[in-house]
Design a protein around this ligand. Structure first.
Ligand SMILES: Nc1nc2c(ncn2[C@@H]2O[C@H](COP(=O)(O)OP(=O)(O)OP(=O)(O)O)[C@@H](O)[C@H]2O)c(=O)[nH]1
Ligand SMILES: [Mg+2]
Length: 453
């Protein structure tokens, strides 16, 4: 176990709540029990909750609540951990923290509990990151991916690939060390086949990233269109409430209005924008600039057209200037006699087109299906292990590139050069699970965690 300072932090969200928890970890944690006076038994056993009073060192009452002690090494961090379950008010919780500081405990850094859990071998790096992902999951699917990583599925796959890479490396090193011996043909074939298998296993994982990222980080979506086509009406339907003002006056929406919604398990950051047109007053034109800028950064554009009237000059300009790959054209107002056909839009090069009436709320399920199909391929096996973390993805790409070079130069380069790339790939993959780590890597990862985790 790493002997370090004893740390404390408020583990519950900032603000008020029924319960607020102060968590302490480190070799002095159990000494902090002196701030607790049980109303029942005086002896404290690990893993049990006790009801009593919390006081500071001088005996000044702070709160009444529950106390629990997790004894080293059977705790989240692998150190002695105690928790004070207080009432969830910031004055009470800060009072508890101050009393702990008087005992020589210091405030934890963000993610420091998880970092200690990693350093003490309680969880690996991918698991630690999955806890953070689970906390911030914006959809059921994102939570399911995080849980599967927490169970160690991704780590198991990566460690298995690393073991196989090592077996190829072992073969190479034997060949390098005993060059005079005849090349073992079977060993060579096996080694090359093993390498190829690892490359395809990594490619399979790499292929899950796009969807994994969609579930984890969501889709930045912008509703775009000329004035009065029904952008705000659609936002309200997808949000399930009247968030945006809808009127028959063109130019009603001027600022950007962002609403988080979940569609088919995918979190969307949905933004309604000012109708784009050439004219318009000063304030409206600022709104239009913002809409254009957002559209550039978005993953998905819902480009709305009013199908009850022919395309205006503004519609035409929009259709010409958007990135077609990320556009879903929504033909709205199908409850009225229509003059634009889906086919007219498809012939202009748009692959994704749907028809709705925001007024009558028809066609909305098709629109949701279309959004899902743009980002998720229907063939995903429910047991697929997804890569959803950019750090893991970068490591995978680097490893794939190195292993690819080894495979491509298998017959031409000297073995000791190939072994170098192989070893590096093995190390890079180890950074995903934390088998290989550096202080910088840990700091980079854990400082993004929330305080108290
Ligand atoms: N008949 C019909 N009217 C609709 C439909 N969708 C929206 N409208 C009407 O069209 C008008 C404009 O709707 P909004 O949702 O405010 O349109 P917008 O694109 O946000 O307009 P701006 O913010 O001004 O750019 C309102 O009077 C809506 O009631 C529809 O499907 N059918
Ligand atoms: Mg609007």
């Amino acid at each position: 176990m790493y002997i370090q300072d004893t740390i404390a932090a408020i583990a519950t969200p900032p603000g008020v709540g029924g319960v607020g928890i102060v968590r302490v970890s480190g070799d002095k944690a159990f000494q902090c029990a002196k701030l607790f006076k049980s109303k029942g038994k005086n002896t404290l056993a690990p893993g049990r909750m006790y009801y009593g009073d919390f006081t500071d060192l001088r005996g000044k009452h702070i709160d009444t609540g529950l106390f629990v002690w997790f004894q080293y090494p059977r705790s989240f961090t692998g150190e002695d951990v105690v928790e004070f379950h207080c009432h969830g008010g910031i004055v009470v919780l800060n009072g508890m923290l101050r009393a702990l500081f008087e005992l020589g405990v210091r405030l934890a850094e963000p993610g420091e509990f998880s970092k200690r859990a990693f350093l003490n071998g309680r969880i690996d790096l991918a698991q630690a990151e999955s806890i953070s992902d689970l906390i911030s999951a914006g959809s059921d699917k994102a939570a399911a991916i995080a849980r599967s990583h927490y169970k160690g599925r991704l780590s198991a796959i990566i460690e298995e690939i690393r073991e196989r890479v090592v077996s190829v490396l072992a073969w190479m090193e034997a060949e390098i060390d005993y060059p005079e011996s005849d090349l073992d043909a079977l060993g060579q074939d096996e080694a090359s086949a093993t390498l190829a298998q690892q490359i395809s296993a990594l490619e399979e994982l790499e292929g899950t990233y796009r969807e994994g990222r969609v579930y984890r980080d969501g889709i930045v979506t912008v509703i775009l269109g000329s004035p009065n086509v029904g952008k705000s009406s659609l936002l309200n339907i997808l949000a399930g409430e009247e968030r945006a003002i809808v009127t028959d006056i063109p130019g009603t929406t001027r600022d950007v209005l962002e609403v988080p919604v979940t569609i088919r398990g995918i979190p969307l950051r949905l933004a309604d924008t000012a109708g784009i047109r050439e004219s318009g007053d000063f304030i409206e034109s600022i709104g239009i600039q913002r809409a254009r800028k957002l559209a550039e950064e978005a993953d998905l554009l819902l480009l709305i057209l009013d199908t009850s009237r022919s395309l205006s000059k503004d519609d035409d300009l929009l259709l010409q200037n958007v990135n077609q790959d990320k556009v879903l054209v929504v033909l709205n107002k199908t409850d009225l006699p229509t003059v634009i056909e889906g086919e007219d839009i498809r012939t202009r090069g748009f692959h994704h087109v749907c028809q709705i009436s925001a007024l009558q709320e028809t066609g909305i399920e098709d629109l949701k299906d279309e959004i899902e199909s743009m980002f998720i391929s229907g063939s995903v096996n429910p047991d697929t292990t997804f890569i959803s973390n950019q750090r893991h993805y970068q490591a995978l790409l680097t490893a794939l590139c190195l292993l690819g070079q080894v495979a491509a130069n298998w017959d031409t380069l000297p073995l000791d050069l190939l072994a170098l790339d192989l070893r590096q790939a093995w190390q890079v993959l180890g950074q995903i699970t934390g088998s290989v780590w550096s202080e910088d890597l840990l700091n980079d990862i854990f400082q993004r965690f929330c305080l108290g985790k």
